[in-house]
Design a protein around this ligand. Structure first.
Ligand code: C2E
Ligand code: MG
Ligand code: MG
Length: 648
């Protein structure tokens, strides 16, 4: 019987075009893409072997060599063909995000037992000839056991079809239809070919169905991020949604390049991204050795997420091993001297977090909750920490605080070496929440700024401090002024000068009793409103301090140009004085600031040694736990009465 070969031959260029498309569109990253690549390769191989065997059967009588090749190629054909149907099943598990189900025994059996039967059947044919026979005179003819081979393909196709239908809610309509079409085509053409073996339409129909898949299922822009040659953040979100919907258990290794901003400005965007691509490549090669299922995703500018599809995998242990290796290998290639500072965190889904927004947010923020030297943490530890609980409940906390007036003002005394007594204090806001207790302003002030509720809080601070000043006799206490922290939003308020003027009138507080603290970031973000405000307030008699000097990119020129009376040296600079370098930096900073007539306040002084050193270096004022923590108003007043009295 002559077979009609044209269909098969037409399938070849279609598969080749799809293969080219895969490489041109870089659909070569991630499990789904790799399985699709395997599917196309196997289908192409099946088609080619099919054509070869069909041609061999035509030259009758067959030579012994032809019979041998016929045997080889027909076995290869059945192997490639059935494997492609099996790979397609794997592909379905992968694109529906239900890969983890493959580990179930029943599913494993359904996938592999028929395959084993197929292999045994093919092998046994050498002895029984029950599947097919090849004779010199008649060529190829089927035996009764051929049904087994078709049955295996049919079984896979049936299973795939029902499985897809059961997963329909994870897929869009066009994806579902495209995915189903391959199974339906396999089913239909297998049945057709079983009854009409002369029509070789099986491969052409699967070629057409795979065209649909590459058009509607694999969209590179959704999946990969060409700038770093890995899966995109969009793909991460899609995968996460599927994981959560299917209640799948996975591990996520989140890695944050904490110095991404520095590296980007130092290397430039393009070199930075190729550096990141290199890091991802290293991670990829290291994780492959772990023998786990994983995918790597990247979120600009510096977050890498690795979803590990092996629930009992100990990600913490792996990170410890791999971190050292990653650092070592990066150092080897670091000709330019750049150093990435990664921090990692292992998240167990759904045990640690089971809500989409929480996971995304946590992946971006976990590093902020890790100590300076910690390079890896368990999500559970961070989530259990009080800080994290506070931050994630910040909306409720701020609501309660604002509506229930839960804020209080505390005062931290500031000591003057020249006068030998405490002549001022910094007003620091305090919040005691019913549920969480003390909530640090370092947590709720930035949160209030972000949520746009900082102004009423700032107004409260201004009002309270003015009231405090008016209610106390500064001369008697030995006080000269109080320092008030201003937030960026407050400084940008048009009516800030009027507000202060109104308070000054209302409480009879003269501007020289108030010193306003501003940070360097405020200067960076300030527009013209800010400069106008600053000048107006300075004209009214208010003085300014620059807070947190030494934490940002401090700029001496800017410092000298602004109307600043004082510079507050950040606690981190003071802490660094344990080292010789740190002391040299402090000594020179003090000297430089004194040369441009700034008064200096050292913050966070906790020991007598530090105090003496700073005195000797020429620092004017000291604020720190060595003297006192921030105190409630009454305690602050009695502190002054005790310590500022002449007898003391
Ligand atoms: P800041 O303005 O730099 O305030 C100094 C911080 O250092 C205070 O933290 C103070 O309690 C702490 N500190 C002082 N001496 C020591 C020490 O010896 N050891 C240690 N470990 N810490 C010391 P606090 O009160 O938690 O305030 C944190 C930040 O919150 C402030 O930093 C400031 O930026 C902001 N903040 C506080 N109160 C207000 C406010 O009323 N308005 C605004 N806008 N921001 C505020
Ligand atoms: Mg301050
Ligand atoms: Mg400060």
């Amino acid at each position: 019987m002559q077979t009609i070969l044209y269909f098969d031959i037409c399938a070849i260029p279609i598969f080749v075009i799809i293969l080219i498309t895969i490489f041109v569109r870089k659909l070569t990253k991630g499990k789904s893409n790799l399985l699709f690549l395997a599917l196309i390769t196997l289908s192409l191989a099946a088609t080619v072997t099919d054509v070869i065997t069909e041609l061999l059967w035509r030259s009758l009588p067959m030579q012994p060599a032809e019979i041998l090749f016929g045997n080889i190629f027909i076995n290869l054909y059945y192997l490639f063909r059935t494997s492609s149907v099996l790979v397609y099943l794997f592909f379905i598990f992968s694109v529906t995000g239900t890969w983890y189900r493959i580990r179930r025994k029943r599913i494993k059996a359904l996938m592999f037992v028929p395959y084993a039967i197929l292999l045994l059947t093919l092998l046994s044919n050498a002895f029984t000839g029950a599947v097919y026979t090849i004779r010199a005179s008649t060529g190829y003819s089927r035996g009764p056991m051929i049904t087994v081979l078709y049955a295996v393909s049919l079984l896979y196709a049936f299973f795939g079809t029902f499985y897809l239908i059961s997963c329909r809610r994870f897929l869009t309509v066009e994806k579902l239809i495209s995915l189903l079409s391959l199974n339906l085509m396999t089913l239909g053409s297998a049945i057709w070919q079983y009854f009409f073996p002369q029509y070789l339409i099986e491969m052409i129909s699967s070629a057409l169905a795979t065209v649909l898949i590459i058009l509607f299922v694999l969209r590179p822009e959704e999946v990969s991020d060409a700038s770093v040659d890995t899966l995109s953040f969009e793909a991460y979100k899609t995968e996460l949604r599927k994981v959560l919907l299917t209640k799948q258990k996975v591990r996520i290794a989140a890695i944050q390049i904490t110095n991404a901003a520095e590296l980007r400005s130092y290397l430039g965007e393009e070199r930075y991204l190729s550096y990141v691509a290199h890091v991802i490549k290293l991670l990829n090669s290291m994780f492959i050795r772990e023998r786990i299922f994983f995918n790597i995703y990247f979120e600009h500018p510096g977050n890498i997420y690795i979803i590990v599809d092996t629930p009992d995998y100990d990600i913490r242990d792996a990170y410890r091993r791999l971190y050292t290796e990653l650092r070592r290998r990066l150092e080897q290639m670091d000709a330019s001297g750049e150093r990435i500072r990664p921090k990692g965190c292992g998240i167990r889904i759904p045990d640690d977090l089971n809500n989409f927004d929480d996971i995304i947010k946590f992946g971006r923020e976990f590093a902020d909750h890790m100590g300076g030297d910690t390079v890896f943490a368990d999500a559970a530890d961070i989530i259990c920490s009080q800080d994290y609980k506070i931050v994630s409940n910040m909306d409720a906390i701020l609501n309660r605080a604002i509506s229930g007036s839960l804020f209080r003002m505390y005062y931290q005394p500031i000591y003057s070496f020249d006068r030998g007594k405490f002549i001022s204090a910094e007003a620091l806001i305090r919040l005691f929440d019913d549920e969480f207790g003390f909530v640090s302003p370092a947590l709720f002030i930035p949160a209030a700024e972000k949520r746009g509720v900082i102004l009423p809080i700032g107004d409260f601070v201004l009002e309270e401090v003015h009231r405090f000043i008016s209610e106390n006799d500064f001369d008697e206490l030995g006080l000269e002024y109080i320092e008030i922290n201003l937030s960026v939003a407050q400084c940008l308020q048009d009516e800030l000068p009027e507000k202060l003027a109104a308070l000054s009138d209302k409480y009879g507080v003269s501007p020289d009793k108030v010193n306003l603290e501003i940070t360097e970031t405020t200067y960076e973000e300030m527009g013209s409103t800010m400069s106008v405000n600053l000048k107006a307030l300075a004209d009214m008699g208010y003085t300014f301090s620059l807070d947190d000097y030494g934490t940002g990119y401090s700029n001496m020129q800017r410092v000298s140009r602004l109307p600043l009376k004082m510079i507050k040296l950040d606690k981190s600079l003071v802490d660094d004085m344990i080292s010789e370098d740190g002391r040299a930096i402090m000594r020179n900073t003090v000297k430089m600031m004194r040369d441009i007539d700034k008064e200096l306040v050292a913050e966070g002084v906790e020991t007598k040694d530090r105090l003496d050193d700073l005195h000797e270096m020429g620092c004017h004022f000291i604020q720190g736990y060595y003297f006192s923590k921030p105190l409630p108003p009454a305690e602050f007043v009695s502190f002054l009465k005790t310590h500022n009295s002449p007898a003391h």
